[in-house]
Design a protein around this ligand. Structure first.
Ligand SMILES: NC(=O)c1ccc[n+]([C@@H]2O[C@H](COP(=O)([O-])OP(=O)(O)OC[C@H]3O[C@@H](n4cnc5c(N)ncnc54)[C@H](O)[C@@H]3O)[C@@H](O)[C@H]2O)c1
Length: 315
């Protein structure tokens, strides 16, 4: 019988720093773009009326994972998180189950990490200041990862002053208005995507936008007209065109596949990133299983080095 290790939320966050997460996720995009890591499309299982489950598989570097994660938007009334789940980690050599990992911690790290990588690749070289619009769970991790790769200081903006104040206090940044955040060099939006927080009038030459909040159908954080005015990048075209920030513009026939570059292609040098100082670049993150796999690799490495406190269970 296989013995598996169980990594809880705190163990994952203690084992992997934001800087480690950035390195691991960067490598994942390169491996995937090079064809070494594989990732079938995510599968949605509706659980109406309250939410849905998502199954996200990926394989590479000797591991195979399945992230099994929820979105149950009304869960607060039960005192439960909206997003919960587990990542099953197996050997890709012989199929042996190796670990079960708290999916919230993995998601937090990998989502924050991609914001930092997109900024490093696509923002102007002299970019420093960071605007965070939406300072909840994933906005906070994006800010931590950006700070870990030496962006900042930043402006934290959120209708909930406690959320903005807590994040600003943690990082030594400032809380401010949406306009203050949008005036920064690298703007990262991580709101629920119910209303536009980036409007056409906000675009300035040289701005870089990370759009993380719109990760499913019906969500958007920018006006379609603003999206169309930007040079466009995404994590993966199929996801971004069906359930991401780009979806509205794609469905309106205003943006085609040829106009959007995947981040992995920029990282491998197969496609150019920013082409001028003046361009406004927009990166649409929808969240990929290869990012989760990257964090699992980092976790298993840390565990092998004895740097993680975790229990094992015989199946
Ligand atoms: N791209 C990805 O990989 C990825 C990963 C995880 C979550 N998400 C998405 O990111 C979004 C945020 O998730 P979360 O877990 O951080 O949620 P959360 O509830 O913890 O945080 C959302 C924050 O946005 C704030 N907010 C709401 N409306 C706002 C507005 N108009 N302007 C500024 N702030 C506003 C809220 O007050 C809250 O603090 C969700 O849509 C989620 O599905 C994307």
């Amino acid at each position: 019988m296989a013995e598996i290790t169980v990594f809880d939320h705190d163990a994952v966050l203690a084992a992997i720093s934001p800087a480690d997460a950035v390195d691991a996720v960067r490598d994942a995009f390169v491996q995937h773009a090079s064809g070494d890591w594989t990732m079938p499309p995510k599968v949605y299982l509706e659980a109406r009326p309250n939410g849905d489950f998502r199954a996200m598989p990926a394989k590479g570097g000797g591991l195979a994972i399945l992230k099994w994660i929820t979105s149950f938007p009304g869960n607060q009334r039960f005192g439960l998180p909206v997003v919960m789940g587990v990542v099953c980690v197996s050997s890709a050599e012989n199929g042996e189950p190796l670990a079960l990992v708290d999916a919230r911690a993995v998601t937090a790290l990998r989502t924050g990490a991609v914001a930092a990588i997109a900024a490093q690749e696509l923002a102007r070289e002299d970019s420093r200041t960071v605007g965070i619009v939406g300072c909840g769970l994933h906005g906070s991790w994006a800010a931590r990862c950006l700070a870990a790769v030496e962006y900042g200081p930043g402006v934290c903006s959120d209708p909930d002053p406690d959320a903005a104040g807590a994040l600003a206090g943690e990082l030594g940044w400032e809380a401010g208005s949406r306009e203050d955040a949008l005036a920064c060099d690298v703007v990262t939006c991580v709101t629920p995507g119910h209303e536009p927080v980036v409007r056409t009038g906000d675009l300035r030459p040289g701005l870089h936008l990370n759009m993380l909040g719109a990760d499913g159908p019906g969500k958007a954080e920018a006006e379609t007209e603003a999206v169309v005015r930007c040079r466009l990048f995404c994590d993966e075209w199929t996801q971004a065109s069906h359930g991401g920030e780009l979806t509205g513009a794609v469905e309106a026939g205003l943006v085609t596949r040829e106009e959007v570059t995947e981040l992995g292609a920029v990282l491998t040098g197969a496609a150019p990133g920013r082409r001028s100082e003046a361009e406004v670049t927009l990166f649409d993150s929808t969240g990929l299983a290869i990012q989760d796999l990257a964090i699992c690799h980092a976790l298993m490495r840390a565990h092998r080095q004895g740097a993680v406190d975790a229990r094992s269970v015989r199946l």
